[in-house]
Design a protein around this ligand. Sequence first.
Ligand code: NAD
Length: 368
Amino acid sequence: MAAASEPFRLLVLPGDGIGPEVIEQTLRVVSALSGGMGRPVHLSEALVGGAAIDAHGVPVTDETVARALKSDAVLFGAVGGAKWDDQPIALRPESGLLRLRKELDLFANLRPAICYPELADASSLKRELVEGLDLLVIRELTAGVYFGEPRGVEDLGNGVTRAYDTQAYTSVEVERVVRAAFEIARGRNRRVCSVDKANVMQTGGFWRGIATRVGADYPDVELTHMYADNCAMQIMRRPKQFDVIVTDNLFGDILSDAAAMLTGSLGLLPSASLGASDAQGRRKALYEPVHGSAPDIAGKGLANPLATILSFAMCLRWSMDAPAAADRLEAAVRSALAAGVRTADIAGPGETAVSTAEMTDAVLAALG
Ligand code: NAD
C-alpha cells in the first residue's frame, strides 16, 4: 500500500453523451469527500471515445494509455454516439475502453446488484424477492471465448460455411479471478458461488477444479458450485441466496446483466474492473457506470449520476483503501433515495423528477 500522505492519482475520462455530465457531478462528490479519504486526490483528465476521435483521430491516444498505466485508478464516464457509428471497429468509441481494459490487464469485473428498499417496486421481480438484495457478480474479463484463438469463418465447400470461436482458459487466468472473489467475499458474507458448465465443457471442469483447489486456501469462506443455466434460473427465482458469484467472461456477461435488472434502473449500477496487485500492493483499476452515453437524454441535465457516484464509492473501497468513506458515500446515496429524490429514470408515476445536479445536491446534503 502507498504511504498515507502520497496523493492518489485519479485519471478522469468523461467520454461522450451523458459521460461528462455524470462525471462532473461525481467530481463534486470527490471534492466534498476530500479530507475524509485518508489521502489527497490528484485529478487529471483526458479525452476518450468519440471526443478523442474528434480531437486526435483515435478513441484513446497512446499518451492517455500511458497516463492510465501510471495512475492509481481511472474514473470513466461513457462513450459512443451515432456520429461515430460508421467508423471501422478499431476506430469506434468503444474500442478506446477495450484498449484500456486490455493494457491495464483488468481481469476481474465487479458488478454489484443492490436493491434499495425504496426502489424495490421498480424491479421486474416481486418486492419480497429483491428487497435487501446485495449480490456481487465477478466476471473474468480478459480471456475466454471472447478472446480465444482460433476464431473465424471458413468455407467447407458445396456452399457450406462454418463459424467458430474458441473458449480457452489458462490455470493462471482462472486462479487469479477466483482468488480475487475469495478475497472480496472475506469483506462481505463469506460465500462464493463458482459458476461453470462442468457437465458439458472441458473448460468447465477445469474451472471447477481450480476453484476447489483455491477454495482450500480460504476455509473461512463457503464455496459452492453451480451450472450456469441453473444459476440464471436461481437469480430469477431466489436471488438473495447469493453473496459473491464468480464466473467466466461469457457467463459473467449474461448473468451480470440479468442480476442488474433485478435492481430497477441502469442509472444506479456501478462497476469496477480490477487488475493484479504489484509488489507494492497497488492494483490497476477502472471504475465506470454500467450504462452507456445515453444520447437520447445527453445535454439535458436529466441523467442519473448515482451509477457514477457509486462507482467512485467502489474506488474508495477497492483502490483507496478507504472503506469508511465508501460506506459513508453509499449511505448518503441511500438516504437521498429514502428522502424520495428521483431522477426521471427512477421516478414513479406522480413523482417529480429532479435534474442530474439536484440529485447530486441531495447526496452532498446527506454527506453533511
Ligand atoms: P445506454 O445505456 O446509453 O442507454 C439505454 C437507455 O437507458 C436509454 O434510454 C438511456 O436514456 C437510459 N439511461 C442510461 N443511463 C442513464 C442514466 N445515467 N440516467 C438516466 N437514464 C439512463 O445504452 P444504449 O442506448 O444502448 O447505447 C448508447 C450509446 O452508448 C451507444 O453508442 C453504445 O455503444 C454506448 N455504450 C457505451 C457503454 C460504455 O461506455 N461503457 C456501455 C453501453 C453502451
